[in-house]
Each structure stands twice: as structure tokens, then as C-alpha cells.
Design a protein around this ligand. Structure first.
Ligand code: PEP
Ligand code: MG
Length: 744
């Protein structure tokens, strides 16, 4: 027996694997090859299913083939499970004598007592176990075990891929019943609130696939198809009308892509043709849609991939209107949606369709999707657990987006508790009415509370809570959800509504902050490896000067009779600020010359988000009119933690000493030049940071309006002298854990 030969052969299999069509055949080839080379009566491969914490027998030479896919064991169960749990080979002359031995009757393995199990591991990830067995009298030698370990490490790579393929190949809707019951999942709150209702898993691929695999026994005619098209068109037009009424600034055209597709003669025409040629209508719809999905799925470009989504969405809708019993499968109204990923336009659609809440399995609480969910009042929690996508549709859920819990099939007690807390929450919202127009600390120091606005619909709450003005208007939302850049005129209309919405109050417009997690589907930004470090924000505006100038003119015109500020996001150097400011000066000159009413004296400031300007604070404070600390990005860039990645959420620590010291430096620099500093971003609405801000000398906060009553009340309890002492103590503390304690 030549062990080196075996290792080489396995290496060659690697190449076979890439083009093999059938994973089971591939695994079978492996076990046969190993059994032959090792002269073993049995060789088996078990793969580890992480979601279920279970090893599954996937291929065997020597044991009963009936056992494949049937024999399953938990991590730690039996000798095979033990080997993977303890990440060590297990070698036994007489396996049945081992205390952990477990007999699986399906395998018929009792004859093979000499046993070696070797774990297959890749990095930290448990892939599976390779097992060989012989009859008792033919025990394994040390050298053979060494060889098997070498084989296992060679296999790790291939098997990891095989495992992935297999999980993709098994349609998840067949698996749902087998998943261990999940009672509670914990995550982070992205948008506060509660929701109680049935689950809807948004996994377009899955719904689309399940439609493809169905049998449509009933015959549907061309007439049925045409009827389904007109019902779909009416539904889409109605939805479009609802969003346009509620969200005029951002909703323009969100269902247009679907409506256009519905009228596309090639797309719909090809379906009709197939029906005329005798194909049953559901199959005709699906086969044409599938052709387009396949065509676009490999697109590099974000825009093309979004098209796939449009096609799938529309097809699912048409199918629901054609085959009535399918319509229940994608309805989101009065449901709690669980999704892997959503676009901002999805969030708008879901909100207009009446979704109760959203659970996202990837993302970050300071991502712009979360910000949008808050503006739309959709409770949302981010839970890093792909397993949630396997929860069967219609399962009863309770989403507690106050603390970030998702209860699956909640008990009567949990539900009763929910109802009483929900009532209490409603009472708190009535408290908004009692909010005062000005905010003071316990000892009478005034703090300005401004509103951060994302959508025009936020104005209603901003007015109710008597905000003192708008500290941050994120202008990108009207850019995001549409099919082309809004014109100067279109922007003017939106900005003017903002100014008129809070008469006499100051408005700070932030110029376009695009890029990162805010991608314009209609602008072909080549795919960036690191979009957060790419052509983002002010870099985009300065490189697309005409778009920048149009936006600035729209702002200046909208604010002709009120105090406005213009804030530049992501400034990273003095030159960048001066160049951006020049664009404002040039725009003022242009409007003056054209005699168009405008504001000729806006305050011009900087968002402090990029660490490079912390050291430049003094230089910038001389030229800028104000600083606006964008805490979401400042934390992201200073700590190198992606704000949209839940997996690294525990590293996203706003009270890291370097963040707090940077805030202090910025505030001191501004104070020495008599300039204002405001804090925006999520830190501004977290009560625990208030004493630090006040103690550091920050007198203005901009926060989402709904938080203003709570923050006003909390500020009323802060004593500014004590806050100063606390800030000094915090600033001289080096350990995060100690700062955490101090801020509590
Ligand atoms: C911030 O970064 O804190 C901020 C206010 O801007 P945005 O969240 O829109 O990036
Ligand atoms: Mg920012």
C-alpha cells in the first residue's frame, strides 16, 4: 500500500470536484479510493450540519447504503461525534468497548470493530469526520493513522465546498419541519417598537424556486393570464399611489420597474406566445422569467442584479394573481418579515404594504436601512442567525424591538407581557405632547435639541416634539430610491417642503452622502472592493460637480427666507472643505446674477466623520462655521468597524477612549474659535452619553425626532458641574471596561 500515492490521488480529485455534477458520486469516489488504498473494509464520510449541530453520514463503502443521510448524530455523540467535538482522531481496536460507543442499527457495522475516526477541519470550522473500519483482528497501525490525517486535511477544502453545494441543493422548504424548535433569538435593535404576527420569510429565490418545482395540474388559459396581468397592474398602481401620497419625496417610481416590465412586450409577449403554443400559463410565466433571471444573475453590476430581484418580485406577484392559492405565499401585510438582505426600496414597499416588523439576518443598526426603518416607523431587529430564514412561514412571532428579542411561538405569558408593555409605550408617545420648546439641564444650562430628518414624513413628529430646528437633513434618500438623478427643480420642491414644514426654524442641509451602504442603482459606480473607503460622499460630489452645484442651488433657493446651514459630509482635509465651500460661493454668485431668490449667507460646516480631521480640528475651526460630529461614521472609521456588519457589532464601541478624546479635541478646537459643535448619529440619542457631552461643552444635539422627549427628560436630570467632573474622569481613563462603568 502506497500512502503517498493515496494523498496524490486525493489531490487530483480536487480538480475533478470542480466540474463534477453530482456531489454524492464525488463523495462515493473518495470513500472507495480511501477504502481501497487503506485496505479497509469500511470507509465513510460524515459531514457536519452546523445549523442542526449534527453529523450526517453522506457516503460509505462497506456500511449499508440505506444508512446514508439517515444516520445522524449530535456533536459529541458516539465515537464519530466525539472525534469532531474534541477535534482529535479516535482510534480503537474494539470500538464497542469504548464508553462513548453508540450503535446505529441502520449501518450494520457491528462486524467492524477496529476503528479510526479523523476530524476534518478547516481553520476553525468543523467540516466532518472521515472514518475507516476493519474487522477486529486487523487493527490499524500508527502510520496508517498519520496517512488518514493527511488525507483528512486534504479533503477539508473540497468537502467544505461539497457541504455548501449540498445545503444549497436541498430546498430549504423541505427541511423546515426538521429544524430544532427555536424559541428565542436575540439581536440588536435597529428601529424600536413591538410587533406580534405571523412570519413571512422573504427569500425570493426560495419562493421562485418553489414555484418552479410545483406541478400545475389545473389548466390556465391565455385569458386567465391576461386577467392576472391586469390585476397585477392595478395592484402596483394602487401601491404606487399610496406611497406617493405618504412619501412624495422618496417614493417616486418605486414600483415603476415592475410596471415597465409588465408592459414589456418581449417579456410578457414571450409568455403569451408560449401559452398560445399550448404551454400551461403558470409554466409559461415561470419559464420566461427563469430565462431572464439566469441571464441577469451573473451580472457584476449592482443595477443588473437588482433587475433580477425586480423580475422575481413581479413574477411572484403575477403567479399569485394567476394561481390564487399561491398569493398567500408572499403577502407581507400584517406579517413580520424575516430577510437576509433588503434594499431601501424594499423597505419602502414593505412599509406601504403594511408590514408589522422586520428581522434582518445581516446588517448593522447604524446602517442606512435601519435609519430608514426608523423613519418609516417599522420595528426592526438585526439578528445574526441565518437559521431564522428556515422558520416556516406563518409561524407566530413576537418581535420585541425595544430590547432586540424575537420570540418564536410565544407563550401566553410572553404575549400578555407584550400587550401591557405596548400599552405603556403608547402612553409614552402621548407624552410627546408635554414636551417643552426648550431644554435645560438640572442647573439651567440650555441644550438645543434639533431633529435629524430622513424623509419629509419625519416632519410630523419633529413638529409634535417641538424640535428647535433641523440639525441634519440626509438629502440622499430622495436620490436613492428612483431611476435617475433628481433635477434641481425636483430637489427644490422637496427642500422647500422641509423649510415650510418648520416655519422660522433653522434647517441644516447635508449635501449628498452617497456610497458606502447607499448605492445609486442608476449610476454605474464600478463595483468597489471597499465601498466605505471608496467614491463616497463629498468625494462623489466634488467629482460630479454639476450634480453638486445643482444640489447646492436647490438648497440656497429653498432657504431664501430662512436660516439655513450647509453641511459637507466625510470631509478629510482642509482643501476638500475649501473646494466644497467654493462651490457654495459660486452658486450664490450664479443665483445673484440670475436674480433668483436665494439665501446668500448660509452657515457652512463640516461633518466630523473621518479621523484625519481630528488632528486638523484647529485649522478647520478657523474656516468652518460649525462642526457636526457624525458619530456613526466617526466610530466606524476610527475603530475600523463596519457599521453595517452585525458580526463585528461588539467591536463598535462609541465610548472607546479614542472616540471620546477625539470628541473632546473637536469641541475644544471649536470653542477656541467660537464655533458651534453639534453631535449627530446614534450616540446623540443614547442617554448614557449625555453627561459626557454636556460635561465636554457640547450644547447642541441632532437626533431622530421620536427620541427628543426622552432625551429632554434625561437632560433635565443632568447637573452640568457633575457632568464636567465625570467627563474629566472619563477622558483620563484608558480602559473601555472602566469607561463603561463610569458612564452607567
Ligand atoms: C453619522 O455618520 O453619524 C451621520 C450622522 O451620518 P450618516 O449616519 O447618514 O452616515
Ligand atoms: Mg455619516
Amino acid at each position: 500500500m502506497n500512502h503517498i500515492q493515496l494523498i496524490c490521488d486525493i489531490g487530483e480529485l480536487n480538480e475533478v470536484f470542480t466540474d463534477t455534477q453530482n456531489i454524492n458520486d464525488f463523495l462515493q469516489k473518495i470513500v472507495e479510493m480511501v477504502a481501497k488504498h487503506m485496505d479497509a473494509a469500511v470507509c465513510s464520510v460524515y459531514l457536519f450540519d452546523e445549523d442542526r449541530n449534527e453529523l450526517v453520514l453522506k457516503a460509505t463503502k462497506g456500511l449499508s447504503h440505506e444508512a446514508v443521510d439517515k444516520v445522524r448524530m449530535k456533536l459529541g455523540e458516539g465515537l464519530v461525534g466525539l472525534s469532531l467535538k474534541q477535534l482529535r482522531p479516535i482510534y480503537e481496536r474494539k470500538s464497542s468497548a469504548h464508553p462513548s460507543y453508540k450503535y446505529f442499527p441502520d449501518t450494520l457495522e457491528e462486524k467492524y470493530e477496529a476503528f479510526v475516526a479523523v476530524p476534518i477541519v478547516r481553520g476553525l470550522s468543523r467540516i466532518g469526520v472521515l472514518v475507516i473500519q476493519r474487522q477486529r483482528r486487523r487493527i490499524f497501525k500508527e502510520q496508517e493513522i498519520v496517512t488518514l490525517r493527511a488525507v483528512a486535511s486534504q479533503l477539508a477544502n473540497m468537502l467544505e465546498n461539497a457541504r455548501l453545494f449540498m445545503s444549497l441543493r436541498v430546498p430549504r422548504y423541505h427541511e423546515e419541519k426538521k429544524v430544532r424548535p427555536l424559541k428565542l433569538a436575540k439581536g440588536n435593535v435597529a428601529s424600536e417598537g413591538y410587533a406580534l404576527g405571523p412570519a413571512r420569510i422573504i427569500d425570493r429565490d426560495r419562493v421562485f424556486e418553489s414555484f418552479l418545482h410545483r406541478e400545475y395540474k389545473k389548466k390556465y388559459t391565455l385569458e386567465d393570464f391576461n386577467k392576472a396581468l391586469s390585476v397585477t397592474e392595478k395592484q402596483l398602481e394602487d401601491l404606487q399611489a399610496i406611497v406617493e401620497e405618504k412619501l412624495s419625496d422618496v417614493a417616486s417610481l418605486i414600483f415603476t420597474a415592475h410596471l415597465l416590465l409588465l408592459k414589456d412586450t418581449e417579456f410578457v409577449g414571450a409568455m403569451a406566445q408560449k401559452i398560445e403554443d399550448g404551454m400551461n400559463a403558470p409554466n409559461a410565466v415561470l419559464s420566461v422569467a427563469k430565462r431572464y433571471v439566469d441571464l441577469f444573475s451573473h451580472g457584476e453590476n449592482h443595477y443588473i442584479r437588482e433587475k433580477v430581484q425586480d423580475i422575481e418580485d413581479l413574477t411572484i406577484r403575477v403567479m399569485g394573481n394567476l394561481v390564487k392559492e399561491l398569493s398567500e405565499l408572499y403577502r407581507c401585510n400584517d406579517h413580520i418579515v424575516i430577510a437576509r438582505e433588503l434594499y431601501p426600496s424594499d423597505m419602502l414597499k414593505l412599509s406601504s404594504e403594511g408590514v408589522l416588523g422586520v428581522v434582518l439576518v445581516t446588517g448593522g443598526v447604524t446602517s442606512h436601512l435601519s435609519i430608514l426603518a426608523r423613519s418609516l416607523n417599522v420595528p426592526m431587529v438585526i439578528i445574526d442567525s441565518p437559521r431564522l430564514l428556515s422558520i416556516p412561514d406563518e409561524t407566530k412571532l413576537l418581535l420585541d424591538a425595544e430590547i432586540g428579542n424575537l420570540h418564536v411561538n410565544p407563550s401566553a405569558t410572553v404575549t400578555a407581557n407584550f400587550h401591557s408593555r405596548n400599552e405603556a409605550r403608547k402612553k409614552i408617545s402621548i407624552k410627546r405632547m408635554t414636551v417643552k420648546p426648550k431644554t435645560y439641564t438640572k442647573d439651567g444650562q440650555q441644550i438645543r435639541l434639533m431633529a435629524s430628518i430622513n424623509l419629509l414624513s419625519d416632519l410630523k413628529v419633529a413638529k409634535e416634539v417641538k424640535c428647535e430646528g433641523i440639525g441634519l437633513y440626509r438629502t440622499e434618500f430622495p436620490f436613492l430610491i428612483r431611476s435617475n438623478f433628481p433635477s434641481e427643480e425636483e430637489q427644490y420642491v422637496v427642500y422647500r417642503q422641509l423649510v415650510e414644514g418648520l416655519p422660522g426654524k433653522e434647517v441644516a442641509f447635508r449635501t449628498l452622502d452617497i456610497g458606502g451602504d447607499k448605492v445609486l442603482s442608476y449610476y454605474d459606480m464600478t463595483m468597489e472592493q471597499n465601498p466605505f473607503l471608496g467614491m463616497r460622499s463629498i468625494r462623489f460630489s466634488l467629482s460630479n460637480r454639476e450634480i453638486f452645484l445643482q444640489q447646492i442651488r436647490a438648497m440656497l433657493r429653498a432657504g431664501f427666507d430662512t436660516d439655513i446651514r450647509i453641511t459637507f459630509p466625510m470631509i478629510s482635509s482642509l482643501e476638500e472643505f475649501l473646494e466644497a465651500r467654493n462651490a457654495v460661493i459660486e452658486s450664490i454668485g450664479y443665483l445673484r446674477e440670475k436674480k433668483i431668490p436665494h439665501n446668500s449667507n448660509p452657515l457652512i460646516g463640516i461633518m466630523v466623520e473621518v479621523p484625519s480631521i481630528v488632528d486638523m480640528a484647529q485649522d478647520l475651526a478657523r474656516v468652518a462655521d460649525f462642526f457636526s460630529i457624525g458619530s456613526n461614521d466617526l466610530v466606524q472609521y476610527m475603530l475600523a468597524v463596519d457599521r453595517t456588519n452585525e458580526k463585528v457589532a461588539s467591536f463598535y464601541i462609541p465610548h472607546h477612549p479614542s472616540i471620546l478624546r477625539a470628541i473632546k479635541r473637536i469641541t475644544d478646537a471649536a470653542a477656541s474659535e467660537n464655533k458651534e459643535v453639534m453631535v449627530c448619529g446614534d450616540m446623540a440619542h443614547q442617554e448614557k452619553y449625555l453627561p459626557f457631552f454636556i460635561g465636554t461643552g457640547i450644547k447642541t444635539l441632532s437626533l431622530e425626532a421620536a427620541y427628543i422627549p426622552k432625551i429632554q427628560e434625561a437632560i433635565g436630570k443632568v447637573d452640568s458641574l457633575k457632568a464636567q467632573n465625570l467627563a474629566a474622569e472619563v477622558l483620563s481613563t484608558s480602559k473601555i471596561s472602566e469607561i463603561t462603568k463610569l458612564l452607567k
